[in-house]
Design a protein around this ligand. Structure first.
Ligand SMILES: Nc1ncnc2c1ncn2[C@@H]1O[C@H](COP(=O)(O)OP(=O)(O)OP(=O)(O)O)[C@@H](O)[C@H]1O
Length: 263
């Protein structure tokens, strides 16, 4: 088992006695890609803020591996539009060397924009710049809050592919929030469906069959994902008749909570 990077132990965050993250238990290891999905207001951002140390738990514990370096990619790049700022300057604000900054930008496919103004970048280029800024710290853990927001559908697929490649290259763990269910399903190892508490979790191909998932996202979404991720779970004999295939793995690590009322 790879090194354990993050443990959430019974994490609860409440605002005015209203729990928005409720009794969440979670472990992230080096090499994991874990995606948090859930409806608006489900507590996704609050959960990652707790991991980043920006939100104090009301109850429970967030434990991080010793000397854990976290690279954070926010949803948007918000900058004062009147402030002239080049990509180079933006990257150098991290305090890293110019060659390191340039290498990180090349890794995320925007090395050619070193001298461009950040204000002139497209949505996809901005996201790649934010990713480069997170990478230059050589993180053990990448935390991304809807990294593909404002990026077109082709750009989204390549951004998720890039995140996978970076995970392989850096051997880091990845926690990300996403709303792009189809793309997430293709690019992640484990999905957590959060609606204050963890409704269900597991391999993306299996989650879409989960009653808790269907309850949260509706039958239409679940069916479209189930078709998209259909896995052949049986074999055929010489006559073409269907035979049970016991060698097909059952949903790996698939868990569903019980004892909670699903919203
Ligand atoms: N500092 C705060 N004080 C009070 N309420 C807060 C605070 N931060 C978040 N909330 C509330 O907590 C709930 C969860 O918010 P959060 O941003 O974590 O949801 P989310 O799942 O990320 O939503 P979205 O998908 O819409 O971004 C919301 O109802 C929000 O209004």
């Amino acid at each position: 088992m790879n090194e354990l990077l993050v443990t959430l132990d019974d994490l609860t965050v409440a605002f005015d006695d209203r729990p928005v993250v409720d009794h969440v238990n979670l472990k992230v290891h080096r090499g994991d890609i874990l995606t948090i999905i859930g409806p608006n207001g489900a507590g996704k951002t609050t959960l990652i803020k707790a991991v980043l140390g920006l939100q104090k738990p009301t109850r429970g514990v967030v434990s991080l591996a010793r000397k854990l370096v976290i690279g954070y990619v926010p949803q948007h790049l918000t900058l004062e539009s009147t402030l002239p700022l080049s990509v180079k300057r933006f990257m150098m604000l991290t305090g890293r060397s110019e060659p390191d900054c340039q290498a990180a930008l090349s890794k995320t496919g925007v090395g050619h924009l070193f001298n461009a103004s950040v204000h002139h970048l497209s949505g996809g280029e901005k996201q790649r710049l934010l990713l480069a800024r997170a990478l230059v710290r050589k993180p053990d853990l990448l935390v991304l809050d809807e990294p593909a927001q404002g990026v077109d559908i082709n750009g989204q697929a390549s951004l998720y592919e890039l995140i996978r490649q970076l995970r392989d290259e850096l051997n880091c763990g990845v926690i990300m929030i996403s709303h792009d269910l189809h793309l997430v399903m293709a690019a992640t190892d484990q999905v957590i469906c959060l609606n204050q508490h963890i409704c269900c979790s597991g391999h993306p191909a299996d989650i879409s069959h989960d009653p808790a998932f269907i309850e949260t996202f509706g039958t239409q979404v679940a069916e479209s994902l189930a078709v998209y991720h259909h896995r052949h779970n049986h074999s055929h004999d010489l006559h073409g008749d269907v035979v049970e295939d016991t060698s097909v793995a059952s949903p790996s690590g698939h868990q569903e909570c019980s004892g909670h009322a699903h919203h």
